[in-house]
Design a protein around this ligand. Structure first.
Ligand SMILES: CC(C)(COP(=O)(O)OP(=O)(O)OC[C@H]1O[C@@H](n2cnc3c(N)ncnc32)[C@H](O)[C@@H]1OP(=O)(O)O)[C@@H](O)C(=O)NCCC(=O)NCCS
Length: 198
């Protein structure tokens, strides 16, 4: 597997004295080793982010691991030949692993941590700890527009997540899930090669 460390993108920009461009428009997407990330690209801890060959990420994506909040630094891995639309938002308190050939539409949020929610007035939520749970998205999934994927969710391979879904629980392989909270409405039946209603 050929991985591109996002760190290399960022380092490359700094080496070229273009650090200002990190948060500004470039006329062309920055291409390196056949992956491309359009700017502006909002990123922190790029050393914790890997992207596979052939993956394309459109502008205004935000990819932020939060190692300072947890014991083990969270890794964000995006596989090969994926496509991620405008304003993809990936916030990682725990690992977020996305397989190969995954199509992510625009305005999708994937977040692997929660703030603790003890309503004591002395300690506001903003100062409480966080709880974390990793997220996995299998190979060859299609995540529709404005989907939200919450901590601890594992989406199996070959799944379709309908536009606007809020995915709170894991989804088995080869399922179509829609709604808030997302429910599986169809599963692929390999014996007759059709999606069957659940
Ligand atoms: C889920 C989707 C792929 C359709 O899958 P499908 O298997 O063909 O679904 P159907 O059209 O047969 O609909 C099945 C049921 O789910 C409902 N449904 C379909 N998509 C839905 C969605 N996104 N949210 C909620 N309900 C949805 C339908 O209304 C229908 O309900 P009913 O049985 O009560 O009539 C499609 O609706 C969708 O959401 N596509 C994403 C579009 C998108 O984001 N495009 C960006 C391009 S990358």
């Amino acid at each position: 597997m050929f991985w591109i460390k996002v760190m290399d993108f960022v380092k490359n920009m700094y080496d070229r004295g273009k650090e200002k461009d990190l948060l500004s428009h470039l006329s062309e997407p920055l291409k390196m080793h056949e992956a491309s990330i359009e700017f502006p690209f909002i990123v922190s801890h790029p050393e914790l982010i890997s992207i596979g060959r052939g993956t394309q990420i459109l502008s205004y994506a935000r990819v932020q691991p939060y190692p300072e909040l947890v014991d083990k630094p969270p890794l964000v891995s995006i596989g090969q030949n994926c496509f991620m639309g405008y304003r993809t938002c990936i916030l990682a308190g725990a690992d977020i692993t996305i397989g190969n050939n995954v199509l992510v539409a625009s305005d999708v949020t994937i977040v692997s941590h929660n703030h603790e929610i003890n309503p004591r007035e002395t300690i506001p939520y903003i100062r409480q700890g966080i709880s974390i749970s990793p997220i996995e998205i299998g190979d060859n999934c299609w995540i529709g527009d404005k989907v939200m994927i919450l901590p601890g969710v594992k989406i199996g391979r070959g799944c379709v997540i309908g536009a606007g879904a809020v995915v709170t629980k894991s989804i088995p392989d080869y399922s179509i899930a829609v709604g808030n909270p997302a429910r599986v409405i169809k599963q692929y039946d390999f014996s007759n090669e059709q999606w069957s209603k659940k």
